[in-house]
Design a protein around this ligand. Structure first.
Ligand SMILES: O=P(O)(O)OC[C@H]1O[C@H](OP(=O)(O)OP(=O)(O)O)[C@H](O)[C@@H]1O
Ligand SMILES: Nc1nc2[nH]cnc2c(=O)[nH]1
Length: 186
């Protein structure tokens, strides 16, 4: 049997405490979906999903938006454990033919230092989309090191490492239905 969501959990050597519940996520993702629907009314966008972390959020957001459009996946990587390694690697690039001339909804799970988006946005812009709407579920403003033009934010959160709802700690935790925050008291 799995642990109740009120309990702290352990992933590898770290403990995490409940932070955003499944219900809070559901309500906010629906609101973001409706906001996207209003902003892009009548458009036929392409949803660009940042793997791996955004896969759960994107699945819910795309459906909540009720917008018809292609979905495409890109993959960047820059974290080892709970720290950014600074260098952003592009492991799966965007499909040029799906992006050119389209209204892009760029879906990210978290903007922390901002380095990932700072590196990726010019790559996307080179493919000449009509517009880019950047949506992030989580934003850590106090951790941000570089400017990023964010259009929609789910939750503004403190500078603490979080897991769940797609986000991992060294490969674990992506399957958790809620979001947990690193508990440094252990
Ligand atoms: O604003 P930043 O400090 O750059 O951090 C944000 C990025 O970090 C995570 O990706 P990660 O590189 O861990 O890859 P993953 O999505 O495959 O877990 C997350 O999914 C964001 O893409
Ligand atoms: N899982 C996870 N990945 C991140 N990438 C940047 N910040 C975070 C974070 O707090 N949690």
């Amino acid at each position: 049997m799995s642990a109740p969501l009120t309990d702290r959990i352990r992933l590898h050597e770290h403990y995490f405490r409940p932070f955003l519940s499944r219900e809070q996520l559901e309500v906010r993702v629906k609101e973001l979906g409706m906001a996207l629907h209003d902003q892009l009314a009548g458009a036929n966008p392409c949803f660009v999903v940042m793997l791996k972390g955004a896969f759960v959020f994107a699945a819910d957001l795309v459906r909540a938006s009720r917008l018809e459009g292609e979905v495409c996946f890109v993959r960047t990587s820059s974290y080892s454990g709970t720290n950014t390694v600074g260098e952003v690697k592009l492991l799966i690039p965007p499909e040029a033919e799906l992006v050119r001339g389209k209204d892009i909804v760029l879906i990210e799970d978290i903007i922390d230092s901002g380095y990932t988006m700072k590196a990726f946005l010019p790559i996307l812009q080179q493919l000449e989309p009509r517009s880019i709407t950047l949506v992030t579920l989580l934003h850590k403003p106090d951790a941000q090191r570089v400017e990023v033009p964010i259009d929609l934010i789910g939750f503004t959160i403190p500078t603490k490492f979080v897991v769940g709802y797609g986000l991992d700690y060294d490969g674990l935790g992506r399957n958790l239905p809620a979001i947990y925050q690193l508990d440094e008291s252990y």
